[in-house]
Write a protein that binds this ligand. Structure first.
Ligand code: HEM
Length: 218
């Protein structure tokens, strides 16, 4: 096993990457510092359960509702995978916000970590985007009317409102186009943006090192 590891290391240099990511030195910290990793873990669970759900979900007004019912009541462990994805969405937002509060309380957003903070804001917006687009996908009454109201709120933005509403809905009313659009954003645009922002965020955390808890006199 060791020989294979060494053989691969000579060609890929994976040991250096492993050391940099997992064996790096960190200051003495406390449980508040685990919130970022907890958010990351839930984000990964969302990715895996989302991919599994996409194998059975059909993004068309005729079949979306039925496909979700099928996943929940017929598919082996479908209820579990959907439940994880459903509650994971709320858990992700709650954890991300508490993680952000920790960063504020400990002053960890200050120099040189401003860009870590900005990429964090990007991640928070992406998480909200996931929630908003995902809510429509079951295509039931709650989903339909929540999105009607949500897009109408976007419609009252001065000057640009009407255009934002039409782009979000794919027309003046909610239709098949809205569902397909929300699905596309939920499974393509946001995951790609999310992976890019998480990559940047973690790169910065590793490059700058974690901040030590502030001392009373600082
Ligand atoms: C939503 C997904 C997010 C993930 C997966 C994530 C992940 C992480 C991880 C793993 C760390 C390492 C240290 C720790 O756990 O505290 C970290 C640190 C950090 N995060 Fe996040 N984060 C997210 C959102 C945010 C948000 C919303 C903000 C603020 C707007 C933010 C700002 C920061 C900053 C400034 C640090 C450096 C903290 C330090 O050095 O003490 N992050 N993040």
């Amino acid at each position: 096993m060791n020989t294979i590891g060494d053989w691969l290391d000579e060609r890929l240099g994976w040991k250096t990457i492993w050391q940099t990511v997992f064996v790096r030195k960190v200051p003495k910290v406390n449980w508040w510092y685990t919130l970022g990793s907890a958010t990351l873990f839930v984000g990964m669970v969302q990715g895996i359960t989302g991919i599994l759900l996409s194998l059975y979900y059909v993004p068309s007004p005729d079949q979306a509702y039925d496909s979700v019912q099928y996943i929940t009541t017929q598919l082996p462990a479908g209820w579990f995978i959907r439940g994880l994805h459903h509650w994971g969405a709320s858990a992700l937002l709650v954890l991300a916000v508490i993680h952000m509060l920790r960063v504020i309380m400990f002053g960890a957003y200050k120099f040189p970590r401003e860009m870590t903070w900005f990429t964090g804001i990007g991640l928070l917006l992406i998480a909200v985007g996931f929630g908003f687009t995902g809510y429509l996908l079951p295509w039931d009454q709650k989903a339909y009317w929540a999105t009607t109201v949500g897009t109408r709120i976007a419609g009252v933005v001065p000057w640009l409102g009407e255009s934002i509403l039409r782009i979000a809905r794919g027309g003046p009313e909610l239709s098949a186009l809205t569902l397909v659009r929300f699905f596309g954003v939920h499974v393509w645009f946001l995951p790609v943006a999310g992976v890019a922002f998480i990559g940047l965020h973690i790169y910065l955390v590793i490059k700058l090192g974690i901040s030590a808890p502030p001392k009373r006199k600082e």
